[in-house]
Write a protein that binds this ligand. Structure first.
Ligand SMILES: Cc1cc2nc3c(=O)[nH]c(=O)nc-3n(C[C@H](O)[C@H](O)[C@H](O)COP(=O)(O)O)c2cc1C
Length: 139
């Protein structure tokens, strides 16, 4: 059976979407989903889950990411490999706070491999970090 990876992202303005697409391009077998398109009941089919989100409020998860987080943390994901990425803005007090929230939960509940925070729209100068992130999901 092949190694299955789902990339599930939430983006309002497009920054996190662009980052998700760039990561997906580095993992050609991965399936890319918007957060409201991914059915968590299919999660047992996957070896790895990569979650992407922007940050809202004061370092908080946007509503759709929070709903996904709450459902995900109830599931038996002990052996699932996971990663988290996000975009934010460093002029807020808690840069990419939503990434930290997912990181803490997935570190406790799953096999968290890596996290990645990017300032707004990723740049060419971020590509090395994107490649390192993706390389951890190559099998
Ligand atoms: C009302 C509001 C609150 C925000 N709060 C934060 C924050 O606390 N931390 C952060 O890093 N970025 C924060 N941001 C910035 C967004 O996370 C950032 O622009 C992100 O790249 C948007 O992603 P998207 O284009 O995928 O929607 C905030 C933006 C807005 C409009």
């Amino acid at each position: 059976m092949s190694y299955k990876i789902a990339i599930v992202y939430h983006s309002a303005g497009g920054n996190t979407k662009a980052l998700a697409e760039a990561i997906a391009a580095l993992l050609p077998t991965a399936e890319l989903y918007r957060i409201n398109e991914f059915e968590l009941r299919t999660l047992p089919d996957y070896d790895a889950l990569i979650v992407g989100t922007y940050t809202w409020g004061n370092g908080e998860l946007p509503a759709k990411s929070a709903a996904f987080y709450e459902e995900l943390e109830q599931l038996p994901i002990t052996s699932l490999k996971t990663g988290v990425f996000g975009t934010g803005e460093t002029n807020y007090n808690h840069f990419c706070g939503a990434v930290d929230h997912f990181r803490d939960m997935l570190f406790a509940k799953s096999q968290l491999l890596v996290t990645l925070k990017v300032e707004q729209m990723y740049q060419d100068s971020d590509l090395d970090r994107l490649r390192k992130f993706a390389s951890l999901f190559h099998n």
